[in-house]
Write a protein that binds this ligand. Sequence first.
Ligand code: HEC
Ligand code: HEC
Length: 277
Amino acid sequence: MTIKKLLSATTLILVSSLANADEDANLYIEGEEMTVRAAAPAHMEELDEIFSGWVFRSDETQALQMDDFDNPAFVFVDQGIDLFSKVDGSEGKSCASCHENVEDFAGLRASMPRVEDGEVVSMEELVNGCRTERMGAEAWKWSSGSMTAITALIGLQSRGMPINVAIDGEAAAHWQAGKDIYYTRVGQLDMSCANCHEDNYGNMIRADHLSQGQINGFPTYRLKNAKLNSTHGRFKGCMKNIRATPYKEGSDEFKALELYLASRGNGLSVETPSIRN
Ligand code: HEC
Ligand code: HEC
């Protein structure tokens, strides 16, 4: 990989091209090959090729995702299976009362988020819509253990399928709003998402190997906090790192950003639940 232009020297962050990951490795999960590199979607003018974040992880972290038995995220997927058939709320129903087979959600994760009636809808909202409107149960918090366990279980049903979110028609304005956020410099470090994930992927930032900030593996298990992390939770973390005031999880801004980022991964495989550091 070519060395990208370095970040402006005014930032406090040291970027170098040292790397310890095998960027040329291929990902097979349980024997099935994932698409971890693909031609960039036509709308991306700055890049020719897109890469899964898996490519940039250390050999050890890469290996954990290749076998579901070794993948620590599966503890939470199992919790999701239990939650799926757990009765909750005033209607006395579980998810399974209406969605007999969780396998029926195959393909859904690959097309999320989507735009319905003029609004961006994230997976978390589909789940909470059923909870509040169909079960008479309380909404789960965006990044709660229950929510990420269920979104991991639903996402897993699409593993290996190519991300394919729609960005035209009524999605276009939201997509553009997300793109604007992606390229706007914010925070005390005055940086945009693109400054790291587009201009410097492949380089080291402190001890971390920068990826393109793809979201095809979410929710993702992070070794750092030993739990599943939502996309919006990750966006928040990156904004805090550049000392910007993050938007709220579930906000219109983060949903637009999620739509835009998902579209930058069109063609990569869904890897849910992935492992990152
Ligand atoms: C009372 C019946 C009922 C219950 C209980 C229920 N759902 Fe639903 N759910 C529906 C219906 C009806 C739809 C809309 C039609 C469809 O897409 O299947 C839907 C849609 C969805 C969708 C979007 C599917 C798509 O392809 O667009 C998801 C995801 C979902 N439900 C998850 C859940 C989860 C998770 C639970 C438990 C927390 C749950 N549902 C509980 C009836 C229910
Ligand atoms: C100062 C550099 C920096 C900036 C600016 C930055 N990030 Fe990150 N981001 C990182 C680092 C470091 C990681 C962890 C290593 C990696 O996956 O790139 C990361 C990881 C991510 C991941 C997880 C990728 C995966 O494969 O799981 C996503 C998604 C992400 N960032 C999105 C964003 C978004 C959205 C913005 C703008 C709001 C942003 N980042 C701004 C440094 C940055």
